[in-house]
Ligand binder design. Structure first.
Ligand code: FES
Ligand code: FES
Length: 153
């Protein structure tokens, strides 16, 4: 079927299969490989993207559901090859180790800050519950978001 949606600010019109996962559409057809596949079952958050401003696991969403929606992926955040402020905050706090989980965290943090620009540590923790990281022990990730929130005032 044909769908129309906005991807990282650009209007798209594409033929998709009924059973095609959004994750595969992004990675395989559109070559946007910043969105990662970890579990493929909605458990790890590595595949998080924003759909109409909400954090969504793209491994659980089917491509036809994108029709009429606005999608933001990690590629839509950095401008002219520069890191987004969230990415910078994570790097500065030493919250990026292997980096596999990072795009998913960045997108979940983005969704949180769009909704709530001054979250408490508890609110940050809750918003990131669906994202797993095997390397950092989470503290540095929470610190990164707190630092950013305080810096942005
Ligand atoms: S790959 Fe989608 S939640 Fe793990
Ligand atoms: S930095 Fe390796 S899984 Fe998070």
């Amino acid at each position: 079927m044909k769908i129309r949606f906005v991807l990282n600010g650009e209007r798209m019109e594409m033929e998709v299969r009924e059973d095609q996962r959004v994750l595969d559409l992004l990675r395989e057809e559109l070559e946007l490989t910043g969105t990662k596949e970890g579990c493929g079952e909605g458990e790890c958050g590595a595949c998080t993207i924003l759909v109409d401003g909400r954090a969504v696991n793209s491994c659980l969403m089917l491509a036809p559901e994108l029709d009429g929606r606005e999608v933001l992926t990690i590629e839509g955040l950095s401008r002219n090859g520069e890191l987004d402020v969230i990415q910078k905050a994570l790097v500065d706090a030493g919250a990026v180790q292997c980096g596999f989980c990072t795009p998913g965290f960045v997108m979940s943090i983005k969704a949180l800050l769009m909704k709530n620009p001054h979250p408490s540590r508890d609110e940050i923790y809750k918003a990131l519950e669906g994202n797993l990281c095997r390397c950092t022990g989470y503290t540095k990730i929470l610190d990164a978001v707190e630092n950013l929130v305080h810096k942005e005032g």
